[in-house]
Write a protein of this length. Structure first.
Length: 306
């Protein structure tokens, strides 16, 4: 995978610059890629200590991990639901879902391989066993994991038909004037930054429904429901209307008064029809403690959120 960046800073070490631009990649891992010749600045291979120049094009070629490199790793799983066909995991904020360039270990997949061994679907290949949809590293909450291939295919079809209900809570920056609304704007890759998505004319249709639960002057607590599931969809849509998710460095949600690391976005509800038993299932996960603490700190006093 090749990513390109236009440097916006001068005098920054190349390994420091890239570790900031590649979430989940350590400076050590980035330095190894630079030393291996996988990074160029305006087409020239550089050292990790090279100092960046504003406007130069920095390219990094990150090799995909091999399936044989993905090792089971002991890690606790917060299991919200489980039977012989599917599992629903309440993923903590900060955990990557599956191995990717620059982040091969300590992912949810590593933990799933330790916990379930070979009892996971392989429809999405050996790098993503059991994975039928994803949430971002710093988004917490519910994720559906599939054990059997026949169940995987049915769940994937239901997601494609928008028959899996996925609901979130977010703390967004600013006071949202509308009580509720729908954002129906296409989302695609940002041509100026390959790590980001953006609202763009030739993107894929993306629909997000939102309802404001409470307002706190500089912040708003929002409940959101996905009709589609594009990468970073909620984060892109809320940033586009001027209310990025608090803590979201990639989309403008950092605020000095609340130094939180990672966006305050929680996938709190999953609703779907069981792929084998045909029963309706609704699962909810409570807000994480750090999310609740920040809510209380900005003035939320209305008790338990439903």
């Amino acid at each position: 995978m090749i990513s390109e960046f236009s440097s916006d800073r001068s005098g920054i070490r190349l390994d420091v610059f890239l570790s900031d631009k590649l979430p989940g990649s350590s400076r050590t891992a980035v330095s190894a890629l630079i030393k291996a010749g996988n990074v160029t600045c305006n087409g020239i291979v550089c050292k990790p200590s090279y100092k960046t120049v504003v406007g130069e094009v920095i390219s990094i070629d990150i090799p995909e991990p091999e399936a044989s490199d993905i090792k089971p790793m002991k890690s606790s799983l917060d299991i919200a639901f489980e039977d012989e066909w599917i599992t629903v995991i309440n993923k903590p904020r900060g955990m990557v879902v599956h191995p990717a360039p620059g982040h091969r270990d300590d992912t949810l997949v590593n933990a799933l391989l330790y916990h379930y061994k070979d009892d996971l679907s392989d429809v999405n290949g050996k790098l993503r066993p059991g994975i039928v949809h994803r949430i971002d590293k710093d988004t917490s909450g519910l994720l559906l994991i599939v054990k059997k291939n026949e169940a995987h295919l049915k769940i994937a079809e239901a997601i494609a038909k928008h028959e899996v209900a996925r609901s979130y809570y977010a703390i967004c920056c600013g006071t949202i004037s509308e009580t509720e609304g729908t954002i129906d704007l296409p989302v695609g890759r940002d041509p100026s930054n390959r790590l980001r998505n953006t609202v763009i004319r030739d993107g894929k249709r993306a629909v997000t429904h939102f309802k404001v639960i409470d307002r706190f002057g500089k912040y708003s607590l929002v409940r959101l429901q996905l009709e589609t599931g594009r990468t970073h969809q909620i984060r892109v849509h809320m940033a586009h209307i001027g209310h990025p998710v608090l803590g979201d460095q990639l989309y403008g949600g950092l605020r000095k008064d609340i130094p939180v690391k990672g966006q305050l976005l929680h996938a709190y509800r999953l609703g779907f029809r069981h792929p084998v038993l045909n029963s309706d299932i609704i699962i909810e996960a409570p807000l994480p403690d750090d999310f609740k603490s920040i809510l209380e700190g900005i003035g939320y006093k209305n008790g338990e959120i439903k």
